[in-house]
Design a protein around this ligand. Structure first.
Ligand code: NCD
Length: 358
């Protein structure tokens, strides 16, 4: 069966592993990248290796020329109807590294959506001029719906989900995994580790996608530290149970910090408050990392954050070598380049160049 054999209604109702198969290309790589469940351990290792090869090749002028020749015949549309700094700029840079030309709509007030055009028609329009659409939306499931719709059109081009509602942010999770791989590679690998998630775990899409990718590492224990009102959803706990992953829930950050190999901080996602100011009534003061809390962390642990940060990590912590969030952000550019290259079938060509021509 192929995606085109299903009505939207039937496709949307399929389990995620069936959808993942339908979204894959013949070599197993995703055509559309919509959710974290599409990636298995082998794919995560392959993308990490490719990202490191790309960043090494890109150091020289000849290497950069090679990379930029790969996709100079392709164009990518960046359709970001929700605010973004890092995801937008790292995708833009990833496209530039691989030679893709780009177009962008970041504010629907400047596009025909302002005149009442539907998002469906806008995306169909982009597909006439571009070979890939990278999109971020407040609407859960929009990227999936657009992917189904384009697959059924005469220009079935890939869609990459750059953040959808509170639900998924698969490429952020890829860069988070890549950062963890790189942080731990000097001391073995990602086996038998404890990752502590902190903050707004109920509404943070980065948490949900990263927790899913970490399930590809069965020995990693996941700990969720949040105020009870912002604790991780039951659907995620059911998924952790079904994968046999060890996890714990709590609200005592100071007790959890000494157990962590990695701490993943997040901000309170108050843009999702159903009543303005609702989040301010939740006491979040203990879900904060300053120099004092860093002293509770192991000397070899790392501190991640998808950014933007508000007050949950003090600026003084930036000087601690265990704070890796700025490196994490740059890793996003390389892993996104690796994903785009893989989507267009150029992974092997890059491996060959790395082995033979570098
Ligand atoms: C995250 C997002 O958009 O979900 N930002 C990002 O992409 N780096 C996290 C957030 O906004 O808190």
């Amino acid at each position: 069966m192929r995606i085109t054999d299903y009505s939207w209604h039937d496709f949307a109702a399929l389990p995620l592993d069936t959808k993942s198969r339908l979204l894959a290309q013949s070599d197993g790589a995703p055509f559309h990248t919509l959710f974290a469940q599409q990636f298995n351990r082998e794919m995560l290792d392959e993308l990490g290796t490719l990202a490191t090869e790309i960043r090494t090749i890109a150091k020289s002028k000849t290497g950069m020329k090679f990379l930029q020749s790969l996709l100079c015949h392709k164009r990518a549309m960046l359709y970001f109807s929700q605010p973004s700094s890092r995801t937008f700029l790292s995708f833009l840079s990833a496209c530039q590294i691989l030679g893709l030309s780009t177009g962008e709509v970041r504010d629907s007030a400047t596009s025909s959506e302002f005149k009442g055009e539907s998002r469906e028609d806008s995306v169909r329009t982009f597909s006439s001029y571009f070979d890939m659409i990278i999109m971020r939306s407040r609407q859960k499931g929009l990227a999936e719906n657009m992917a189904w719709s384009l697959s059924n059109s005469d220009r079935p081009i890939p869609i990459i989900n750059a953040g959808s509602g509170q639900d998924q942010h698969p490429t952020q999770a890829l860069l988070d995994i890549y950062t963890l791989q790189r942080s731990f590679e000097r001391r073995g690998d990602l086996r038998d580790r404890t990752v502590v998630f902190v903050g707004d775990l109920a509404r943070g899409r980065t948490i949900r996608s990263l927790s899913v990718l970490l399930m590809a590492y069965p020995n990693i224990r996941q700990v969720f530290i949040a105020p009870p009102q912002l604790q991780i959803g039951e659907d995620m706990l059911a998924s952790l149970d079904s994968h046999g992953i060890k996890y714990e829930l709590g609200d005592d950050l100071r007790a959890a910090l000494p157990t962590a190999d990695a701490v993943y901080m997040t901000r309170i996602q108050d843009e999702w408050d159903s009543v303005v100011g609702e989040s301010t009534r939740i006491d979040t003061t203990q879900f904060h990392i300053g120099v004092d809390e860093m002293s509770l962390m192991r000397p070899d642990a790392v501190l991640l954050h998808p950014l933007p940060r508000r007050t949950e990590i003090s600026v003084e912590v930036d000087h601690d070598p265990r704070a890796v969030y700025w490196r994490q952000m740059r890793n996003g550019m390389w892993i996104r380049a690796a994903l785009i290259a893989t989507t267009f079938g150029f992974g092997r060509r890059i491996h060959e160049y790395f082995r033979e021509d570098l």
